[in-house]
Write a protein that binds this ligand. Sequence first.
Ligand code: SF4
Length: 233
Amino acid sequence: MSVCIKDLIQNMNLVIGCTVGCPYCYARNNVRRYHMTEDFSRPEFFPAKLRLMEKPRPQNFLLTGMSDLAGWKPEWREEVFAKIRENPQHQFLFLSKRPDLLDIRTDLDNVWFGVTVTRRAELWRIEALKKNVKARHYHATFEPLFDDPGAVDLSGLEWVVVGTMTGAQSRKVRTEPAWAHSLTEQACEHHIPVFWKEDLVPVMGEEAMVQELPEAFNHVLEEQRAWNSRKSK
Ligand code: SF4
């Protein structure tokens, strides 16, 4: 049975707001609906949420569910990185569509930097990420896909995620099975784990679903299970 990625990796929205302006952005709609900030196009930092990192129970966190890392001010980033360093029990993921604007160097071993690619013309983002972010771990998410990414240089990546358009536009735009299979085969050649998001079940079929995680994320989930079983005794 396939799992929802949010059961494995939780959103911690330390920054809310984004200037990229994707027309299909679910975060913008949610922020407006629930009046989370005044203006989604002006990213805001919520440092009080950093205390969530202090929990000893390990978790995998996505820190850019309602923002793009390139929209974070450097001082926000430094404050977050300092807190991450104090909390090695967790794994942290960042995503960006503007890796050309990033300039980061870090030796943090529990931080994963990634780019989102939605079409072949955006494959440059993977190279730009590796050039502008000097870090220990890289990943890429292909979602939503508007065309076939074709041959992709996945070298240096440690995780590949594939998804599809959701919501109203999913009737017009969807990831074709051949695109998902091609990305998966290419990742396999590099021994990179691949995760098809649960939204692909209607496209690919439940039986075919591929949902692999990097070892570090699996380790966190194992630790969580151990915590839960200790708690229930
Ligand atoms: S990059 Fe992400 S958060 Fe920003 S507008 Fe696009 S979908 Fe929304």
